[in-house]
Design a protein around this ligand. Sequence first.
Ligand code: TYM
Length: 478
Amino acid sequence: MKRFLSGITPSGDGSLHIGNYLGAVRQFISLSRDNEAFLMIADLHALTTIRDKKRLEHNVEELVRNELALLMGTLGGELPNITFFRQSDVPAHTELQSILNNVTPLGLVKRAHAYKDKLEKESAEEDINLGLFNYPVLMAADILLYQTDFVPVGKDQKQHIEITRDIAGRFNKTFCKKIFKLPEPYIPEEVSVIMGTDGKRKMSKSLGNIISIFEPEEVIRKQVMETYTDPARIHATDLGHIAGNMVFRYLEFFGTKQKVDELKEAYKKGQVADVEVKNYLYASLLKTFAPAREKYHALANNPEAVREILQEGARKANAVASRTMVEARRTIGLSNAYSCPSGSSYTPVPSERQNQGLTPVTPVTLAEFARMEIRVGKVIEASNKEGSEKLIRLVVDVGETKPRIIFTGVRGFGYTPEDFAGKQFLFITNLAPRKMMGEESQGMILAVDGNERPRGEHDAKKPVFITAEGMPLGAKVR
Ligand code: TYM
């Protein structure tokens, strides 16, 4: 499996248009089926233009909902092979940028389009902040941290991938070690630049020439109706032109081939009105994006689910980025005999801990740990599970309206239902339910390792259950 990374900046108002979809998100979706995807909300990049707390917060939230809705709406509600995260949740991006600055010639960055365009428009160098100037180095860090094979983007980002390759090559050469993989750009020709509804310039929010994806239907209808077609055609009976006609251009992606071919023929012969073709585009857009629009509202109503996705994404992204950083730090001399593993934000990866004689662990963050819900529960019924030699079935009151069914597989240690019935213990109550012998277990009883090691039970120690007698029923452990 190859790995790719891409990012979207929460600029404008944070929402996505069909140019972003066709030029980027559509590729993310199709490529994620057979590749490992790292998809990033590039919030640090937005700081080059946004210096308004409320606006940045809003934009990030909007972009997260937009992008997740498109991904999940199309991928059946799931994110297979996708690590979806926010750039600023992974501190390694800025650290690596700082390191890469030192192998990056000034001239290379001065040639970057974003800086050159700005210089032309604003004319004074004093008006350009260093963040914008240095943007390509941050983007190189984004990509190189993940040892990315390729980067799906629109054509406007091609130069940034070239700069990334240049910087990676210089770094590897300077330190005589292949620390960074050189990524390839992935830019399908037919979507490399999606032109705007004015038919003249690249579709871009700041130019007001977009078709939105998540705006109310009236807004999308208006955008479609204002789309540039054939200026020489005054009446529906005039012979029409397809080349340069943006409605037909968009229909190539959103219409069905047969219907679009029929409309093209009729249009050329003056047998169909512009408005009819536009109505078909409008209907096709709504049909294409219906699942995503539905998902958008579901996500907007469930911030907890969104937080969980980002938290899991940050965990995975940090784990991969940390590995690269451990190597990079070592290679350039930032790790030495006086390095203090606990002082570094990079937790040594398991093999490294083993080299140091420590037990390998997968570290969890405090926030992850805090997500675990542990409650006091009372066993109101206990029985041996039919058909199983191990399981005891507990009916547990954890202070909710309905008791839960929770299994524990401890009969092999000599435990019987009587050891549990009528007693209080601690239970994990936010585990994903798990099927056991045809019935769902809705939690887990907590125990510690005891000293006895009865034979026959895989050499495991007999568990001792954590009693919670006298504690308030349903109370959470804190
Ligand atoms: P951004 O946020 O400007 O655009 C996001 C993606 O959408 C593509 N795109 C288009 N493609 C075709 N036609 C259009 N009209 C159109 N408009 C936008 C862009 O090419 C891009 O792929 N710097 C990046 C974000 C970024 C990034 C990264 C990308 C930060 N770090 C690392 C890849 C890898 C940007 O501002 O894209």
